[in-house]
Write a protein that binds this ligand. Structure first.
Ligand SMILES: [Cu+2]
Length: 388
């Protein structure tokens, strides 16, 4: 998505003035919630029992302690998507026609209440992001909040059932969204085309962090175009005839961010989703594509920007069947997950996430990429511009 970074500068400025972000959030939240947010009120449990990280205190810091409900209206929309709109692999120098890289995608978009109209983009550090569908909007909440997601399936193209399965938050089985062939009637696991469902989740102290939400509904397969030679997919080789989580492969995935009073404030927050689409599953593609936020190759993936001296946070999440190595040129950060000390590359696999923070100290025109060479060649490269 070219231009993400450019737009971000203005959004960050507006965030610093205290406008924009809060007005957008007010559109998402109820009145009392918005009032609490405007005052940056401490969560009700802060400072009292249950603020410590020990599991016994979790019961004290019960979900719902803030009394706040974060309400989102999400729709699964189907649309034509070209992850390589400039037709160019700027690292290898290869060219593509739109026909080689375009497919029928599905993405989550956030709407005004009642799925009225799509919410405007908000690229600020607390915003929902581009809201173009891939990835879905960034859902944000604080410990003690309830999250209510009103979901409507508007998959006009495939007309498949879909669902939303969250990671990191607390929920019961009717709010899990995970479909099983042996228990096909569990509510929320297969919302038919045109249908709706409301999911309720709760943010506990153990929910703080960067998480995924994604389609986890009935496996499906896309028929090969008429006249094409029949090619069994890996799933068909395994006998099922369909691909698990193909909705997420086509774009139904997004990030869920839970914070608490101890989450450090930053000047910039980038959200980056690593995901892949395969010719075996998506027959209109001429090659497998490895994507950042729905784009492939530099200038189609997000261009992020920062200034020297700013505190920067990347929230990174991977979904699919690949293991990735996230790397930024010219930078190191102190790892909080899985490593000790300073790193400039970190591994993440399916459904795992990274939260990377550092103070920017190196101006330049950098790239960030997945360090698995196949994935770099498949599109997982982006620009990171640092100015003084
Ligand atoms: Cu990779």
């Amino acid at each position: 998505m070219p231009g993400d970074g450019e737009r971000e500068s203005d959004e960050v400025t507006s965030r610093r003035r205290g406008t924009g972000r809060r007005s957008a959030l007010r559109a998402l939240l109820g009145g009392s919630a918005a009032a609490a947010l405007a005052g940056r009120a401490q969560p009700a449990w802060a400072g009292g029992p249950g603020t410590a990280a020990d599991p016994d205190s979790e019961a004290a810091a019960v979900a719902g302690a803030t009394g706040r409900v974060r309400e989102y209206w999400l729709q699964a929309d189907s649309f034509e998507h070209n992850p390589v709109p400039n037709g160019y692999d700027g690292m290898m120098g290869r060219k593509f026609t739109p026909g080689e890289t375009t497919f029928q995608a599905i993405g989550f978009r956030a709407y005004t209440p009642g799925w009225g109209r799509p919410l405007a983009a908000d690229q600020g550090a607390d915003g929902i992001g581009a809201n173009t569908g891939i990835p879905g909007p960034v859902l944000r909440a604080e410990v003690g909040d309830a999250v209510k997601v009103h979901f409507r399936n508007n998959d006009v193209h495939y007309k498949w059932p879909h669902s939303i399965h969250p990671h990191g938050v607390q929920y019961d089985r009717d709010n899990d969204g995970g479909w099983l062939a042996g228990e096909p009637d569990i509510p929320g696991t297969a919302i038919p085309y045109g249908g709706t469902h409301t999911y309720s989740w709760h943010c506990k102290p153990s929910s703080v962090g960067t998480w995924f939400y994604h389609d986890h509904s009935v496996p499906q397969s896309i028929p090969a175009p008429a006249g094409a030679p029949a090619q069994p997919s890996p799933a068909e080789d395994m006998g099922s005839g369909a691909t698990m989580e193909i909705g997420a492969e086509l774009g139904l995935l997004g990030m869920l961010v839970v914070t608490d009073a101890n989450t450090p404030a930053v000047d910039r927050e980038f959200t980056l989703v690593l995901h892949d689409a395969y010719t075996d599953d998506v027959p209109s593609l001429a090659q497998d594509l490895d994507m950042f936020n729905g784009g492939a190759f530099v200038d189609n993936t997000p261009t992020f920007t920062a200034k020297v001296g700013e505190r920067v946070r990347w929230r990174i999440a991977a979904l699919g069947k690949e293991f990735h190595v996230f790397h930024i040129h010219g930078h190191r950060w102190e790892s909080a997950q899985g490593y000790q000390g300073w790193v400039d590359s970190q591994i993440l696999g399916p459904s795992t996430t990274l939260t990377v923070e550092y103070t920017e100290d190196n101006p330049g025109d950098w790239i960030y990429h997945c360090h698995v060479t196949d994935h770099m060649m498949g599109g997982m490269v982006g620009r990171y511009r640092v100015t003084t």
